[in-house]
Design a protein around this ligand. Sequence first.
Ligand code: SF4
Length: 218
Amino acid sequence: MDESPAERKKRAKRILVGLRKTYGDATTALHHESALQLLVATILSAQSTDKNVNKVTPGLFKKYRSAKDFADADREILEQRIYSTGFFRQKAKSIQGACRLIVERYGGEVPNTMEDLLQLPGVARKTANVVLGTWFRRNEGIAVDTHVGRLAERMALSWRGRNSKDAVKIESDLVELLPRKEWAYFSHAMILHGRRVCTASKPKCAACSLARYCPSAE
Ligand code: SF4
């Protein structure tokens, strides 16, 4: 697409306005009542659906109420409780590793900076961005999951990450295009759009409210 950086920025803002019109105040579908619960739910959501995670977390959060509870949990029992979200061994390891560090280094409280969150085992930028932007209301980056990455490419909003599926490159392109206060919102709304309209297998371009700003519109 032949477009100057200024034109791309303008188009990105129009996409943002279109997302607001269509999805209002979109936010995460993961049920949570604390930073810790959001962190755990986000770890569980990898390669799973929010619906699946929301089935597991009520019982899980009743049983484990603090980072220490997760840190001290019997690993096998924890694995059984999260089994249905898939990749349960790796996820249990990540949750426990993260919670142990939260207890040891942060007094049991989930830290609220990107630097500290990235120290936690199993926590990469996507998870850190979700927790920072959604719970702490700190926009330090844009959470790029499979939907955001796919849509950014289809909408030609990422140039460095194009064809590479490199979430960090895609994120660095997106933060240049969008106002910081909208970063968390943009990610949530793009995820909804990716689930409902711009799906992986068959984008519904004819029904897409953003088609006029999208070079991939059919
Ligand atoms: S026009 Fe098509 S490809 Fe572009 S965002 Fe909409 S559904 Fe996706």
